[in-house]
Design a protein around this ligand. Structure first.
Ligand SMILES: C[S@@+](CC[C@H](N)C(=O)[O-])C[C@H]1O[C@@H](n2cnc3c(N)ncnc32)[C@H](O)[C@@H]1O
Length: 247
């Protein structure tokens, strides 16, 4: 599958229409899954109830992380679990609780300013809207730490405070099994890809939270794919979440 947006040939328009229909079907199944987890929570539903008050992510995107963690562990993909953009810690907590549920442990790295979103840049096509979100999504470092403590996963977690642009270039991460990109803006997404993509094991899982919501995050991902000539199947999670396996 190509990663470029469709152009106007009838075959490509047909493929784009088919994709829309598949996505609508996925949205319907997501609603069903959310309802089922609400009335009769299964393995994921129980964890979802615990972490969702501390996450801005939707049910399908958190489920993507849950399944991604299970998947890399089942396939014995080597490396740590990394989240860039943690805010109040719910998704990172889910990573830890998922490991515990399957009686294993992986090191979890969480990166954030813990001071809210930095300013977007002119690389963000929706800059005018994006700039009004500067400082939003703030997770307080000590509160997030206490959340990890409450869930008894703190020993596995390494919290790194600061701008990705400053912290990632000197990161001690050696190898990554699952990478969650949730930094909203173009430059935040770009620096994560530039600094961390090569550390993701082949067969590792990469999830991006803002593909559909923020044009800058989508733009950074496609620029990176184009620069490296990377061809992947982007799995649709919901209107904004996508996941892929590193070739
Ligand atoms: C949408 S929130 C993350 C949501 C979180 N994953 C959850 O489960 O609720 C985006 C986070 O990315 C962080 N962020 C964005 N760009 C950043 C950058 N360049 N450096 C550090 N943190 C950044 C913000 O501080 C914010 O907490």
């Amino acid at each position: 599958m190509t990663n470029s947006p469709p152009v106007g040939t009838s075959h490509e328009l047909f493929k784009a229409e088919r994709k829309k229909q598949r996505n609508r079907w996925a949205d319907f199944l997501n609603r069903l899954g959310g309802f089922r987890d609400h009335v009769a929570p299964g393995e994921f539903g129980r964890l979802y109830k615990q972490v969702s008050p501390f996450s801005m992510m939707s049910h399908p995107r958190l489920k993507g992380i849950f399944r991604g963690v299970q998947d890399v562990i089942r396939r014995k993909v080597k490396g740590d679990l990394v989240e860039c953009g943690t805010a109040r810690g719910g998704c990172a907590a889910l990573m830890g609780l998922t490991c515990r549920q399957i009686q294993t442990s992986r090191k979890i790295w969480v990166y954030d300013t813990f001071e809210g979103l930095p300013a977007p840049s002119q690389e963000d096509p929706d800059f005018d809207l994006a700039k009004s979100f500067e400082g939003d999504c703030r997770g307080d470092y000590d509160e997030v730490r206490r959340l990890f403590e409450k869930f008894q996963i703190l020993d596995d977690v390494q919290m790194v405070k600061g701008l990705f642009q400053n912290t990632l270039p000197c990161s001690e991460i050696q190898q990554i099994a699952l990478l969650h990109l949730d930094g909203d803006w173009h430059d935040s997404t770009w620096v994560c890809l530039e600094q961390l993509y090569d550390k993701v094991s082949s067969g590792g899982v990469i999830q991006i939270d803002d593909y559909g919501h923020w044009a800058g995050a989508r733009k950074a991902l496609h620029e990176f794919f184009d620069q490296r000539n990377i061809q992947v199947d982007l799995k649709y999670l919901d209107y904004t979440g996508r996941q892929f396996i590193k070739p």
